[in-house]
Design a protein around this ligand. Sequence first.
Ligand SMILES: Cc1cc2nc3c(=O)[nH]c(=O)nc-3n(C[C@H](O)[C@H](O)[C@H](O)COP(=O)(O)O)c2cc1C
Length: 195
Amino acid sequence: MSVGKIIAVVACSTNMTDTRVLALVGSLRADSHNRKIVEAIQAQAPAGVTVEIAEGLHEIPFYNEELDGENVPAAAAALREQVAKADRLLIVTPEYNGSTPAVIANAIDWASRPYGAGSIKGKPTAVVGTSVGQFGGAWALANTKKSAGIAGAAVLEDVDVAHAYAWGSDPAAEADVVAKFVAAVEKLAVYEGIA
Ligand SMILES: Cc1cc2nc3c(=O)[nH]c(=O)nc-3n(C[C@H](O)[C@H](O)[C@H](O)COP(=O)(O)O)c2cc1C
């Protein structure tokens, strides 16, 4: 049986209808490879799966307990609502200085509160990304998984796509690279928790 057929069987045997995936992109630049990869995933998403990018992460102030409470900043409230409404969370991020970019760390912090009841709690979450370094941002992915898990997300530890792209290349234009990311989203979409 071909890989495509196996994926189709998995998709049919589990319910992938109307699965809403919210993507958090760890790079804010317009020409971001990570954003382009999400856009490529959007174009090739499995049937029944929609992938939406959480826009405006740069408008969310750095987490501060004094800002949290009755009057949560609008951008932070919007993120919490988007995360709450999503069936799955997909974090697509480069590595910055061996770790998670601040924009993702901040989004996780906001989604982790109120303590014990943040919108990220129990949310099936996959962390993937591309970086130019030799290991494709593996440290960023490991640290982001750790942080999202502590925040309460149900992190898919076995989804591990840290793609090291060659300087000057366009990983989102490479079919085999995009296929790795689409496969990660397929795993995320069919995830039903730990029995
Ligand atoms: C502040 C900063 C720190 C970086 N640190 C790392 C790093 O630790 N490891 C790595 O592989 N790449 C690092 N890079 C390079 C990124 O992998 C590269 O810029 C990547 O393309 C950014 O993703 P984007 O194309 O989605 O913006 C760093 C880039 C910046 C701007």
